[in-house]
Write a new protein. Structure first.
Length: 129
């Protein structure tokens, strides 16, 4: 698996979400009908996403999988798996949340990909050039 591509795409998505949550928390709260949440929660979540994006971006050239960059693989795998499962739980109780369905699918795809990276050993041809 080309981990450089996986890390780049996840960094881009997480970075975009992080920037949106950091600079437009009230708009996101209104769009998702989460008006009871304060904007500071979304700003902190945006900082978390942006931090993960920077981690993935700076680690994209490393060999990832097996014992290589294990903390990065574990962090991404657990983040996307737990986020995906939580999103599925939310949409099962409210099926009208189309945007959450999309997020859940994206999260679960990344969870599968990072799970594969985490539980398999990379071969020498997977090294990013």
């Amino acid at each position: 698996m080309n981990t450089k591509l996986l890390m780049t795409i996840s960094a881009a998505i997480l970075g975009a979400v992080g920037i949106i949550l950091t600079f437009m928390p009230q708009e996101v709260s209104h769009f998702l009908n989460f008006t009871e949440l304060t904007p500071i929660v979304f700003q902190i979540l945006g900082a978390l996403y942006f931090g993960f994006a920077m981690l993935n971006w700076t680690a994209k050239a490393n060999l990832i999988g097996g014992i290589y960059s294990r903390p990065i693989a574990i962090g991404n795998f657990t983040h996307f798996l737990i986020g995906g499962l939580a999103s599925i739980k939310l949409v099962l109780h409210n099926t009208a949340l189309t945007s959450i369905w999309i997020c859940a699918i994206v999260y679960l795809v990344f969870a599968l990909l990072f799970g594969y990276v985490f539980f398999t050993n990379p071969s020498s041809n997977n090294r990013a050039a």
